[in-house]
Structures are given as C-alpha cells and as structure tokens.
Design a protein around this ligand. Structure first.
Ligand code: TYM
Length: 332
C-alpha cells in the first residue's frame, strides 16, 4: 500500500447548494488531496444548529445535506477514496465536545473573530447569544481530533478556528499526556473569495454568491449584477483591475485572457458589461462538466443516503477507539 502523507479532516455546514467561495476556498482542494492523504469529509449538521432561528431551519438540514453532498460528489469527492459522513451520525463527537470544554478557557472563545462577527450580524448580546454558539470552535476541534485529523483544508475565514484547535490540543496533551496531533491548516491558492458586492467574502447569508449548480443563464444574470470599480461610473473612465472583484475572478476562470482584460480595463477600451459577460461565459465553461455530473447523480435517489450510511459506519469505528482512550486518560 502507498504510504499516505497524513489524515485530512474537513467539514462544511449543510447550507444547501455550494457557491464559488466554498469551491475555490475548500472543495477543489478536498478533491485534489484524496490521492495523497486519508481523507474524511463531514457534513456538520450540529454546527448548523448554533444559529438556528426557527423550526424551518431545522427542517432544512436534511434536504440541504443532500444538495451539498451532490455538489461534493459532482466535484469529484470519491466515496471509495474518502469517508463522507454526517457529524451527528457519529454521536461520540458530542462526548468529546463536552470533555474538551473542560480544558477550554472562555476567554479564548470570546476572542474568536467569527464569533464576534456572528454576534454583530445577529445583533445578539450576552442575554440572547446561546451557549452552543460560544462553543462552536470546541465542537469543531472535537470534529477534527476525534478522527486524529492532522491537516485541515479550509478557506481563510476558518484559520482562527483551527488556531484555537491547536491551542486546545496543546492544553489537552499537556494535562493528560500526548494524545492528539496538532492540526494544521491547508489553504488553497484562492483562500478568500469576495462576493458579488466586491466588498465582503462570498456567502449565502449575504446573498452575494454564485451557486455552482445554477444554469448558464442564472449564472450570467448573477455575474452581470456584480459590482466593479465604483470609480468607473462611465465606460470611458479607466478602471482599476487591482481593486475589482470581477477582475480577480477572471484571474481564476479566464487565465489565458487576463492580460488582455487588464489592458482593456485600464485603457477603457473594454467596458464592465462586456467584461462581466466574458467572465460569465468562462465560469459556465469551467462548470459545465460539474453540472453534467451533478444532474446524473441527482437522478439516483438513494445514492447520497447510501454513501452517508456507509461513511458513518467507517467514521464511527475510529471515533469509538479514540473516545475509549480519552475517557481512560480523563479518569472516567
Ligand atoms: P462553512 O460551512 O462556512 O464553509 C465551508 C468551507 O468553505 C470555505 N469558504 C470560503 N472560502 C473562500 N472564500 C469564501 N468566500 C468562502 N466561503 C466559505 C470555508 O472556509 C470552509 O472551508 N466551521 C466550518 C465547518 C466546520 C469545519 C470543522 C471545518 C465544522 N467543523 C472541522 C474544518 C474542520 C464552517 O462553518 O465552514
């Protein structure tokens, strides 16, 4: 057997169909890593509950999981190479979460930038924010180390979480003896994709995203709504590609023509409308094989369920032995 470089663990919240940010920041590298690493990919459904606003959100978890796993498979995640499963199907993660919470200072959690940002977005305060949201990175740490993951491919927004995981692991190992590897982040070439507003990161919550599974026409409409250089109020005013998000997407999807686009923009010979139209054509071209595979996979109704059932069985075997070791070390 070929010696693998290590064990990958990564996860995504079941938000339904994925967008270009999820793909370029994480999923693309998940696919590429499958040959060199043992890979475990998880649908983190319990994390989705940390921002639950209504029972409708809870009811959406299962259909959203199905949509998301179809995207994973269509992108090239192979259940014969990787373990694909749903977080709550391996309940040992809840046990490890509770045990890790005993060695995690509250101050570490309160300082996490994503936590502060969520509080701002939700207009929450000490009285309304739930305990589960504060513990989000502890559960994320439990995810990774329950499977002894040592490498975590994620987008840039997740770096502070993994840094915290390293600190929790260091503390656990110091108190109870060397048990877990310190997980390291693995970033892609484009770890932070901006949304169509050109300002903030691409995200479904902000509705500034482009879903991978849209039709060509829907993709074109979304891209045509993208904000370009705000100073370029007329076609004859030269643009600044270095600050334009449409240009940064051309660098990814239209590599061959990127110098031409830059020249056209800075000399005002290429207008933003034509520039976006060209981007849409290239995004559609890039995603065509993915979309074809996704349609074929969606026509197999029990496929995702069967893959997730098998994945949970394989994941649970690892989880049980790790939990037995942790219980012993913690005197339980
Ligand atoms: P989530 O579900 O928000 O995002 C899934 C993955 O997509 C990446 N991503 C982006 N990358 C670049 N540009 C963007 N605009 C963009 N938007 C999303 C994210 O960085 C992520 O890699 N906390 C995690 C889920 C999680 C996890 C874990 C990850 C739970 N347990 C254990 C790794 C290991 C999250 O909410 O990702």
């Amino acid at each position: 057997m070929v010696q693998k470089k290590g064990r990958i663990f990564s996860g995504m919240r079941p938000t339904g169909r994925l967008h270009l940010g999820n793909y370029l920041g994480a999923l693309k590298s998940w696919v590429e890593l499958q040959d060199d690493y043992e890979c475990i990919y998880c649908v983190v459904d319990v994390h989705a509950l940390t921002t639950l606003e209504s029972v409708q959100d809870a009811k959406a978890i299962v259909p959203n999981t199905n949509e998301m796993v179809l995207d994973w498979l269509a992108a090239g995640i192979d259940p014969n190479k990787s373990i694909i499963f749903v977080q709550s199907h391996v309940p040992e993660v809840m046990t490890l979460h509770t045990l890790l919470s005993m060695v995690t200072p509250l101050g570490w959690l309160m300082r996490v930038p994503t936590f502060k940002e969520k509080l701002r977005q939700m207009k929450a305060n000490d009285e309304t924010v739930n305990y589960g949201l504060v513990g989000y990175p502890v559960l994320q740490t439990a995810d990774i180390i329950l499977y002894r993951g040592d490498t975590v491919p994620v987008g840039e927004d997740q770096v502070p979480h993994v840094e915290l995981s390293r600190e929790i692991v260091r503390r656990f190992n110091k108190i109870f003896g060397n048990t877990f590897p310190e997980p390291k982040v693995k970033l892609t070439e484009s770890p932070s994709i901006r949304g169509l507003d050109g300002k903030t990161k691409m995200s479904k919550t902000l509705n500034n995203h482009v879903e991978l599974a849209l039709s060509d026409d829907e993709t074109r409409k979304r891209i045509m709504s993208a904000v370009t250089d705000p100073q370029r109020t007329h076609r004859n005013i030269p643009g600044r590609p270095d600050i334009c998000n449409v240009y940064s997407l051309h660098k990814i999807f239209n590599e061959r023509k990127v110098n031409e686009i830059e020249q056209g923009c800075t000399s005002a010979t290429l207008g933003c409308v034509d520039c976006k139209m060209d981007l849409a054509v290239n995004v559609n071209k890039h995603l065509a094989p993915f979309r074809e595979r996704r349609t074929a996979l969606a026509n197999q109704p029990d496929l995702v369920q069967a893959i997730l059932t098998d994945g949970a069985k394989r994941a649970r075997k690892i989880a049980k032995s790790v939990i037995a070791e942790v219980r012993g070390k913690m005197g339980l």
